[in-house]
Ligand binder design. Sequence first.
Ligand SMILES: [Zn+2]
Length: 361
Amino acid sequence: MVQAAILFVALAATPGADANIAVRVDTEFARDVLAEVCSNQGIDDAAIRRSAVVNTMVDHFAQFRDDFTMDAYVEARRLAAECKSASKDIFRFAQVIEERESLAREIKTIHNSQAGYSSAIAGMLSDYTPAGVKFSGAATLVIGSPSCGGWSKAADFYVDVPCVKSDEAGLQYLIAHETYHAIQNLFMPETPQSPSLAVVLNGIIREGSAMVVADHSTIEKPGAYSEHSLRIARTNKRRMKANFELLDVSAFYLAGNDRSDAARVIDTIGLSGFYDSPFYSVGAAMTRSIDSHLGREALLCLMQAPAQEFFAAYASLPESEQAFRLGPHTLAGVQGLRSDASRTQGHACLSGGNPDQVATE
Ligand SMILES: [Zn+2]
């Protein structure tokens, strides 16, 4: 039965065949900015201030620093048009000016292969999206932004191209990862506000599954950005046992901790990139184990349940199918979060298989 379900999902999820997922790759903004840089022509001040991309960027970054203002941005564009950058180059136009020719070539290549690029991304995403979920979003390529992190607004994602330069596959995977977070919002439960362990478990599944969706190790010729991601992945692979132990230490810290910022403390250590995101790798390893042992349908079903059910399902796998076992504090925390019914009868996602497999310890 599980086999038949896997076959069905595999057919329904043939890359490019699922019209339910659409990701438009928008190169227009990047092309406009590059056409202006070093043109020695006056800029259209009013058009820049009206631009939806510019407004989302300024709104997003103004949350973090008060010098990321519309006036500062317009001034940066004016200087860039004269081939100059501000002494405090907060929108990073110095690099854009220096690399404008290679950036223009790269944007042109992506523009010319836009349809293929979009459908490759949609194919990656539909493999990990439950049947019936419809998604339409855009990935806007940005030139001249304050940070490499990119930003999201609703279904749309904005990515800084100079940060991913000359790595088209890396850019594709980055867009797929970030867009998958927007799709997760359509089928996964809302991130809980409390208790803090539930918040952290939810984050681990979201990031871990997004890592599996956009797995850089499958890129044939990785560029600089992908190499950076691969280096971090290799480090975490080496540390995997310690990463699972770190999760257990975190579960111990979070148990009964009434500090209001307890989840944020663990998020910074495990999920922020500050320490190579060790819990991304834990989530990815768990996702792979569940996917290969219980099947894609069960995986997607468990992702729609509260995070503790995903962890309990992982703990119920034969030990040989687990990357590493969850520690005692993690298991106790997971069981404490489960409902009586799922704890005693097993979660409905696994009822097609063997409910006795659900961990009850
Ligand atoms: Zn992510």
